[in-house]
Design a protein around this ligand. Structure first.
Ligand SMILES: [Zn+2]
Length: 422
């Protein structure tokens, strides 16, 4: 396969992968419009960061959702969605333009990767041929210090005077790597430069595993200086769903429980729930929860309902924030996801697969939990469920998963802006 062919194949694979989108017809159009908005924001962000591969993927997903899937939605033609439809068409035009602009750049990138791989292969083959053509050098054993009989004799006598070190061998005056020296004056640790040992035969690389093309953050000039001071990109995914879908990392302030419990204190004292919505940004493939918005709401001891959703969405769009989940209290109950919580959360997880639900239960242990619906079967089970109020969900596998220690969320010291719209 020549480089051109390999590049075409890689491009085709990307298009196939990028246009794959699990569409669930029973999800309300309103939720999908938000999901589309989130895809568009993320695509723009990747483009800003020169992560063209992910930018392309997310623009493609937007186009697939907006132009192929959503027109099938039963709500699509309803008059109340007229402005939503117009917005979709307008954004789709922008997205298609972006896709067309990205295509030749990605094609060029794949071509360069293929050419690099082909060149590498040729280099390795040359090394192999060169090595095989060399006459092996036979070193007479008796002339070296590696004299087995001498060694055994020393061992037998119990002396250690003949321990052979590299320094004693006249032909091998190589300084070996891995030696760090701490400088006394500045305390900085200097590490010796790596010099390969000449005693080893050249490695034959033709069986070496192929280096996959950089999934993100690559620059289109493969020979730029950047290779010298490499910054390791964060891993693409922090965890995977039950169905194998990658979840990008979500970073969250480690003070969120304390902050939210304070905000909720008045309601908690009256045995009323409080809820807040988590928003954030995407930076180098990692989500950061930067903003906690407390919407206007009505509550009971075990439910909480937002009443000014439009105001919230307006604020989010104005700031270009991505919806990343929600947080609520259980003023008297334990830390778990009620069936109503699961239903609420299903919408968030359609908008963004990384969306999380945080539950704070100040009167119980554990008092804090982070949840997501399993996918599958949790997300699908709840989206297909038509029951309202509190009800059990039948499933042989768990519907939700607590992920505060083993998921895609990282709690760390970081800022959290609070916007109280009440
Ligand atoms: Zn249900």
């Amino acid at each position: 396969m020549d480089a051109e062919e390999a590049a075409n194949k890689a491009m085709k694979k990307l298009v196939e992968e990028a246009s794959q989108l699990k569409y669930m017809p029973n999800v309300p159009l309103k939720i999908y419009l938000r999901s589309a908005n989130s895809l568009f924001l993320q695509a723009n962000r990747y483009k800003e960061e020169d992560d063209l591969l992910n930018a392309y993927k997310f623009y493609m997903r937007y186009a697939t959702l907006a132009l192929e899937k959503l027109p099938q939605n039963s709500d699509y033609k309803k008059p109340e969605y007229k402005s939503g439809r117009l917005e979709l068409v307008k954004t789709s035009n922008l997205v298609l333009k972006e896709i067309e602009e990205l295509k030749p750049k990605l094609k060029r990138y794949f071509l360069q990767v293929a050419e690099e791989e082909a060149a590498e292969k040729t280099r390795n083959l040359n090394v192999q041929v060169e090595y095989q053509s060399q006459t092996p050098q036979v070193i007479p054993v008796s002339n070296t210090e590696w004299d087995l009989a001498e060694q055994l004799k020393n061992l037998h006598l119990g002396t250690s005077s003949k321990t052979i070190t590299m320094e004693e061998q006249p032909h091998l005056t190589v300084q070996y790597p891995g030696i760090s020296t701490r400088n006394q004056s500045d305390g900085y640790t200097y590490t010796a430069r790596e010099i390969p040992s000449p005693a080893l035969p050249p490695k034959i690389m033709h069986d070496a595993p192929k280096i996959p093309p950089k999934p993100r953050g690559y620059d289109l000039n493969l020979h730029s200086e950047k290779a010298d001071n490499k910054v390791e990109p964060p891993p693409e995914f922090a965890a995977y769903t039950e169905g194998g879908e990658g979840l990008r990392k979500v970073c969250l302030s480690d003070s969120i429980y304390d902050v939210f419990i304070k905000i909720a204190a008045n309601n908690t004292a009256k045995n009323l729930e409080t809820c807040g919505i988590l928003f954030g940004v995407l930076t180098r493939n990692v989500f950061y929860v930067t903003t906690l918005i407390i919407p206007k709401q009505t509550a009971t001891s075990d439910t909480c309902t937002m009443t000014n959703e439009e105001e919230l969405i307006e604020y989010q769009e104005q700031k270009g924030l991505i919806m990343l989940g929600w947080i609520h209290t259980h003023p008297s109950q334990t830390c778990f996801m009620s069936s109503m919580d699961l239903h609420t959360h299903s919408s968030y997880q359609v908008i963004s697969p990384e969306a999380i639900a945080i539950v704070c239960s100040p009167k119980h242990q554990p008092k804090f939990g982070i949840f997501r619906l399993t996918n599958p079967p949790g997300l699908q089970t709840v989206l297909q469920c038509t029951q309202r109020g509190f009800h059990p969900h039948d499933s042989s596998s768990p519907i939700e998963k607590e992920i505060s220690h083993n998921g895609h969320v990282e709690m760390k010291r970081m800022d959290l802006e609070i916007i109280d719209l009440r």
